[in-house]
Design a protein around this ligand. Structure first.
Ligand code: ATP
Ligand code: MG
Length: 411
């Protein structure tokens, strides 16, 4: 729309000059000075018209009026145009109406005060020239005044409109940019959540594989070694049965780990599950395993039961692998708002600080207690180990009853 208005403005000046020249020629004005003056006027206009139309299309913010370099150049150009117009008007009063274009341009190119001052000066010339040529009358004053007022108001209004448009465009652009930024952030967040999900799943798998499959293979290995070490066919038969039972149990566990299901022993509650793994431990190792229950430890949310059961499995696996114990006692106890699990053996013991300081990689062991502690901490609980060479080992885990909601990674 603005482009069209700019065209109309150019056209208006050309029409005013052409009509003026035609009238002047018709009324017997000398052609040479008339043509030179009007050609100079058109030429000067053409030189700066492009800049003036750019200024109209892209007005700066309201406050920049005085310091704007482009505006200052436009102002000088306009003064030059006024000079050309004055010469043309001197040559023929028929060119006086080019003043309308001058008023429009003053409205576009000058700050309001400058536009009003220049507009008034031009108006004085128009009125004086008109009065001089055609006789003084009220119409000779009012007509040009209304014209000047109309042109100035038109150009200022137009400029406000264009400025609002530009501001709206800027606003839309910044909204679009903000939306794009929000979309990018959203994508990054989704990516981070995906990565966190992958990490949690990996942690769950590695802990569960450690507590179930790795311990299963290790017990099968021990049973197989015992089987090859004895010549007694009855003993071998019993060991083979145990290997079969252990393999079947752990195959079931493997399927549950992959399917992210709760462990099979927990289907009838934590106490039963601990009794069952203790009974199997005793059968396979010959180490006496006793289970005690102190208070109400039932009704825990599944993630808490899973965490305690896995801790018991890890602790029993350690007794089998490291303790050379004769007896192990597992105690499930109600302790205020928490539930505790203690696994105490009478084996050779160890220095917990040294075991912790070794920081082995999972592939070389040293993962069990650390993983159990992390799992319990995620649920608001913790794990402590008390031991010393020759003093046996006590592993003590606790979880607060309230933390029913747990991240997927804790199963
Ligand atoms: N009941 C125990 N008796 C004696 N030593 C123990 C006992 N429990 C743990 N330890 C010592 O603590 C170390 C760390 O145990 P942890 O369960 O973290 O790792 P690991 O058993 O060596 O390997 P992983 O469990 O990853 O297969 C063991 O290597 C062992 O030296
Ligand atoms: Mg271990």
């Amino acid at each position: 729309m603005v482009r069209r208005l700019v065209l109309v403005q150019h056209l208006l000046l050309v029409v005013l000059v052409v009509v003026g020249v035609a009238r002047a020629l018709a009324t017997g004005t000398a052609p040479l000075p008339l043509l030179i003056a009007s050609a100079a006027l058109l030429l000067w206009y053409a030189v700066g018209a492009r800049a003036a139309s750019v200024r109209l299309r892209e007005p700066g913010p309201r406050s920049s009026g005085r310091t704007d370099g482009g505006l200052r150049a436009g102002g000088w150009w306009l003064l030059g145009l006024v000079a050309c117009w004055l010469v043309a008007t001197a040559v023929s009063p028929d060119l006086v109406w080019v003043a309308f274009s001058v008023w429009l341009l003053a409205g576009h190119l000058l700050p309001l005060r400058g536009a009003v001052v220049l507009g008034l000066l031009v108006l004085v010339v128009v009125v004086a020239r008109g009065g001089h040529a055609e006789g003084w009358s009220t119409a000779a004053v009012v007509g040009p005044s209304v014209g000047a007022l109309f042109a100035l108001a038109l150009s200022r209004g137009l400029q406000a409109l264009v400025r609002d448009n530009a501001e709206r465009r800027r606003l839309i652009a910044s909204l679009v940019a903000a939306q794009e930024e929000a979309e990018e952030l959203h994508a990054e967040l989704a990516q981070a959540q995906r990565e966190a999900g992958v990490l949690a799943e990996r942690t769950r798998l590695s802990r569960d594989i450690h507590d179930t499959l790795a311990q299963g293979f290790s017990s099968i290995l021990l049973l197989a070694r015992a089987g090859t070490a004895t010549d007694d066919p009855v003993g071998q038969r019993r060991l083979l049965d145990q290997i079969g039972a252990s393999a079947a149990d752990h195959l079931d566990e493997a399927r549950r780990v992959v399917g992210a299901l709760a462990p099979a022993p927990l289907e009838s509650g934590l106490t039963d599950a601990v009794r069952r793994i203790a009974g199997r431990f005793e059968d396979e190792t010959g180490v006496e395993a006793q289970v005690r229950v102190d208070g109400d430890v039932g009704g825990l949310p599944p993630p808490l039961e899973v965490a305690l059961l896995r801790t018991a499995q890890t602790a029993l696996a350690n007794v089998r692998q490291h303790a050379s114990a004769h007896r192990v006692v597992l105690t499930l106890a109600e302790a205020g708002d928490s539930v505790r699990l203690d696994v105490v053996d009478d084996g050779r013991g160890f220095v917990p600080e040294e075991a912790g300081a070794r920081r082995e990689t999972p592939s070389r062991g040293g993962y069990g207690l650390r993983a159990a502690r992390e799992r319990l901490r995620e649920l608001g609980g913790d794990l402590e180990v008390e031991s010393g060479p020759g003093r046996g080992t006590a592993v003590s885990a606790h979880v607060p009853r309230g933390t029913g909601r747990a991240p997927r990674g804790s199963w």
